[in-house]
Design a protein. Structure first.
Length: 262
């Protein structure tokens, strides 16, 4: 989708959004935030991995989401503890993978409230952007593709060469706020101030993707995706399904060669 020069604030006020049931009935017992001292994995599927960026959390198996993804084999479920995670998530595995965010038992986007890039308890972000000579894929915060070559976007109406590859069969993410925070700001403001710049500014640094889903199937529930330019990319042989979620952007914020149900 191509849009002219319009502020992100204008896009927000013009956005169409729907009432959200909040958590998935399948995982609500797992996702709901537990009282202090109680295992966050109560109610979770057997074998669920818990990630927390709190280095002193004795329940955590890992402190990084990417570190938790790399060693697992077969179908896997990962519960992510409350907080901000500054990292790029790269999923090359073909077996199903589900990312669950710790959450609260209430709707995320009620009809009388505009969606927010920070509505959930878990935010995953990075700050990469495209410089001359770089492929757009190198800026993505979430990459679900079978290989580096499979993630490449290329340029023009045909993009990167078609690859004989098959990636993840069923990637799912629930109640996570994803963002590329490569915004032009003054000084070293906290992210809530940078969000204000995002809502007021009419420019971006350059292409700064949030997702690159290629040669894979991915679905998202109760999530948000925020950037300025090229927020959402569904690549070759990619299928994406977005439910009860919102995508923020200003320029070319939905694009790709695959199939996206938004």
């Amino acid at each position: 989708m191509l849009l002219g020069p319009v502020s992100l604030a204008a896009l927000l006020h013009a956005a169409c959004f729907v009432s959200v049931a909040g958590l998935s009935p399948e995982f609500i017992a797992c996702q709901v935030k537990k009282p202090a001292g109680q295992s966050p994995l109560l109610g979770c599927p057997q074998g669920t991995i818990f990630v927390s960026n709190n280095m002193t959390d004795s329940f955590a198996h890992f402190n990084s989401i990417q570190d938790a993804i790399v060693p697992v084999s077969g179908s896997a479920t990962i519960l992510i503890g409350e907080g901000e995670y500054h990292e790029t998530i790269n999923v090359t595995r073909s077996a199903p993978l589900t990312l669950l965010a710790t959450s609260v038992d209430k709707p995320k986007y009620p009809l009388d409230t505009l969606p927010s890039p920070m509505s959930n308890l878990v935010q995953i972000f990075d700050t990469n952007f495209v410089e001359p000579g770089m492929d757009d894929a190198t800026s993505a915060v979430l990459i679900v593709a079978p290989s580096f070559n499979g993630s490449l976007i290329g340029a023009g109406p045909t993009g990167a060469p078609l690859q004989p590859l098959v990636g993840n069969s069923d990637f799912r993410a629930y109640n996570i706020d994803w963002s590329n925070r490569a915004v032009r700001a003054v000084g070293f403001e906290p992210f809530n101030q940078i969000l204000m710049y995002m809502l007021q500014a009419n420019f971006a640094i350059s292409q700064a993707l949030v997702t690159d889903i290629s040669y894979a199937n991915a679905s998202f529930y109760g999530c948000s995706f925020a950037s300025f330019q090229d927020t959402w990319y569904t690549g070759r042989n990619g299928s994406t399904y977005v439910v009860d979620s919102v995508i923020f952007g200003q320029t070319d914020y939905l694009f790709g060669f695959g199939t996206a149900f938004v």
